[in-house]
Design a protein around this ligand. Structure first.
Ligand code: HEM
Ligand code: HEM
Length: 711
């Protein structure tokens, strides 16, 4: 299921599509020839480097002195022997003592050669980057003609050298085996025989299951054995580990964070109900004829509610937990945090009503709220920024933890872009379009992505109980994100009247984005190293994992969309909508859910039922796939139809089944949000009778420590 979107992301379909217009690759164009040339040079370099590596390994091995065996080095070899081989050896030894040597050596060779010490193969990937500025077709063809036999020759040579290396390795193995055999048949060495006997016994040892009580019934005066409950109920979902409540959290902060998250969940349910309804309208356009529910009004209701209501409040809620935690001080002002929550909620409520009433800021996407309403949101952010900076300034830690870098930068960027998007200077003409592109992508990249990454840098290591793989990689990703993301706004308007060079800058920046994305992904995945087994026993880690996978694939999909050739096909189609959901939903929402499931049980001491957390996860993931994959496929076909000059209405008819799939996927996603809301309710307000043991044990612990202090 997950392979398809990944493939669609990484394979630039239009490269192979037979379309009219500017195809990227065609064998008779200079581009095509250059491509072949670069390919040949790349192959050549890869083969050359691989040969170099392999021969140097072989040289290293040849330079090594032959293996020597003695009583200390032999233990490693012994542990690799099976009991069958030990038996065979000891039998041969006995025979030797009776017969006095001779053919023993060859027999021993037979016993020992089973490939049990095959030397590890070494592989190395090479990143060869050819560079050629030649543009002349004739010269390129000549070079290709020259290169073809050279490449073929080098490949042949590589094959031969590989065979030689393999043979040499085999010979070395045999030499080693010979040396080992010599050692084994050398005059009797009691130490080795003793070691072999010991090893044989160890291999033959089996538990009798009577170790503790022998034949007698176990004496269980303390009820240790009798207390074990082996009658487990039928398990429908895997048992996950319970979170531990954190006693040191200020209850006032807990209440604040839970309010933020509760409001966010309400906006998620509301916003996606609107999205679901809009999606249904693609299948049944005449479902209603009310102006307040028209497509044009409900679509921005959906996008703004999920942006400013769900994702923003969710992030801020988690941020209010993370910032004081990593600064090791209480939040600077609880009152300000409540004000910020009230203002942002007010902005979304008023914005939604005004949009449905037809009052909006014009066409600019994600800035449809009129300025007085967006101002409330802005003031909320200013208050939060001030609150966070004061908290960080009062920190008792020496360093500012990376999460705080990301969180504070995200709020600053959100404020800057909002001002740029709403000041009256650039509200007309091309300037407006450039500002729109800048606003839109800074919105998703510098507000949502930056903030969410800050949250992941805190919760992922915490949930895995290990430190982040590389702090420096986090810093690199941070600055690279600032460098490239701020340049890529105009990739939304490729082929528009915006200056060509500015579009090119945006495309180059979109490629540059690979650096922070690869750095971030590597950092997160490497943090999992050695802890993968924890994924199956945790219900937050699968959410993180999905977020990381989509962070990589969804972002690279964005890079693929930015090229002129691909944008020619995908722009104006639903491919962009699929990308928006793969990223805003697959990355941002999944990371937020992961953080929420990690933090709320710590604050409230209550858990959500595991079965409904599972239902939330799987419905959201499967729904997202149903939503996006058909849209990506149908949109590619649609773009090609447009380029072939087919009538527009034909492409609408062709899209019908894909829109149906989107509605089905959307319904599953929507259902998953109901489960999420229920889970949050259970985690915040649910009864915790199941946890009755917890307080009882705590009371016991307390009385125990009291007794200890009196003593
Ligand atoms: C039940 C879940 C959801 C459904 C059914 C849904 C449905 C839709 C629909 C039908 C559209 C309009 C597409 C168009 O104009 O062709 C849309 C747009 C959009 N939705 Fe959702 N959505 C859902 C969840 C979300 C969430 C959780 C987010 C963000 C956190 C989100 C972000 C967006 C964005 C950014 C757009 C604009 C897309 C663009 O212009 O490229 N959606 N959604
Ligand atoms: C390497 C990173 C990324 C690149 C290069 C990239 C590139 C693009 C491009 C080229 C488009 C415009 C497609 C078109 O209109 O033809 C686009 C749209 C969009 N992207 Fe990304 N993207 C990236 C990451 C993200 C992330 C992380 C998010 C969300 C968190 C995101 C959210 C969106 C949204 C919501 C749109 C739709 C904007 C609209 O309404 O037109 N993208 N992206």
């Amino acid at each position: 299921m997950r392979v398809l979107p990944v493939l669609l992301t990484v394979i630039p379909i239009p490269l192979f599509a037979n379309i009219r217009g500017r195809a990227f690759f065609s064998a008779d164009s200079t581009d095509g020839l250059l491509f072949i040339l670069l390919l040949l040079v790349t192959i050549l370099l890869v083969v050359a480097v691989s040969l170099k590596v392999r021969t140097s390994i072989m040289r290293e091995k040849t330079d090594q002195p032959p293996a020597r065996f003695n009583a200390t080095t032999i233990s490693e070899y012994i542990s690799a022997l099976s009991s069958r081989r030990i038996d065979a050896y000891l039998a041969l030894k006995k025979k030797k003592q009776q017969e006095g040597g001779g053919t023993i050596k060859s027999l021993l060779l037979l016993v020992l050669t089973g490939g049990w010490f095959a030397l590890p193969a070494t592989a190395q990937q090479v990143d060869a980057r050819p560079s050629s500025l030649l543009q002349e077709t004739g010269i390129i063809i000549t070079l290709i003609l020259l290169l073809v036999p050279i490449v073929a020759g080098v490949i042949l040579m590589a094959v031969k050298v590989s065979a030689l290396i393999r043979r040499r390795n085999r010979e070395r193995n045999e030499e080693e085996i010979m040396a080992f055999t010599e050692y084994l048949i050398s005059p009797d060495d009691p130490i080795i025989e003793q070691a072999l006997e010991q090893r044989r016994k160890a291999l033959a040892y089996q538990l009798s299951n009577k170790e503790l009580a022998g034949e007698k019934e176990a004496e269980d005066a303390k009820g240790l054995v009798g207390n074990i409950n082996i009658h487990k109920g039928l398990s429908i979902v895997a048992q996950k580990q319970r979170a531990r409540a954190r006693p040191s959290i200020d209850p006032e902060l807990s209440r604040l964070v839970m309010w933020y998250l509760g409001c966010a969940a309400c906006w998620l349910v509301f916003g996606t109900t609107a999205g679901e309804y809009v999606g249904i309208k693609f299948v049944h356009p005449d479902v209603d004829h009310l102006s307040w529910l028209s497509f044009g009004r409900l679509r921005p209701v959906h996008t703004n509610a999920v942006f400013w209501g769900w994702a923003s409040l969710g992030m801020l809620g988690l941020g209010h937990y993370v910032v004081p935690r990593v600064s090791n001080v209480p939040l600077a002002s609880m009152k300000h945090a409540w004000w910020s929550l009230i203002l942002i909620n007010a902005a979304v409520v008023l914005g939604t009503i005004s949009l449905m009433a037809g009052i909006n800021n014009g066409g600019g996407e994600y800035r449809e709220y009129i300025w007085p309403i967006q101002l409330l949101f802005g003031i909320g952010l200013v208050i939060t920024l001030n609150n966070f900076i004061k908290t960080i300034a009062a920190r008792t830690t020496k360093e500012i933890y990376i999460s705080n870098w990301y969180i504070v930068a995200a709020i600053i960027f959100a404020l800057v872009i909002s001002v740029v998007a709403y000041v009256p200077f650039w509200q007309d003409g091309l300037g407006e379009t450039i500002v729109q592109g800048y606003y839109m992508h800074q919105g998703v990249g510098m507000w949502f992505m930056m903030f969410t990454l800050g949250i992941v840098y805190y919760f992922l290591p915490q949930q895995l109980n290990r430190s982040i793989y590389s702090y420096s990689l986090g810093i690199l990703a941070f600055w690279a994100q600032i460098l490239f993301y701020t340049l890529i706004g105009t990739h939304h308007f490729v082929f528009s009247a915006i200056p060509w060079w500015l579009q090119t800058v945006a495309i180059v920046g979109s490629v540059g984005m690979i650096i922070p994305v690869a750095a971030g992904t590597t950092n997160f995945i490497m943090t999992f190293r050695g802890g993968w087994y924890k994924v199956s026993s945790s219900y937050t880690l699968p959410f993180f994992l999905v977020g990381i996978i989509f962070y990589f694939t969804g972002s690279l999909q964005g890079t693929a969309e930015a090229f002129r050739t691909t944008n020619l096909i995908w722009h104006f189609t639903d491919f962009t909508v699929a990308h928006s959901h793969l990223t805003m939903y697959g990355i941002v929402s999944f990371f937020l859910w992961a953080g929420i499931y990690a933090v709320v049980p710590r604050l409230s001491g209550k858990e959500a039922p595991q079965i409904t957390v599972g239902a939330h996860f799987w419905l959201a993931l499967i729904g997202l796939m149903f939503y996006t994959v058909p849209l990506m496929y149908g949109s590619t076909l649609r773009g090609i139809m447009w380029m072939q000059g087919k009538p527009f209405i034909d492409s609408v008819i062709m899209m019908a089944p894909y829109w149906l799939w989107r509605a089905i996927g959307g319904s599953l996603m929507w259902l998953s949000h109901l489960f999420f809301a229920y889970n949050l309710y259970k985690m915040i307000l649910g009864d915790d009778t199941a946890e009755a043991k917890g307080p009882a044990i705590e009371t016991l612990n307390q009385s125990y420590s009291e007794i200890e202090t009196t003593l």
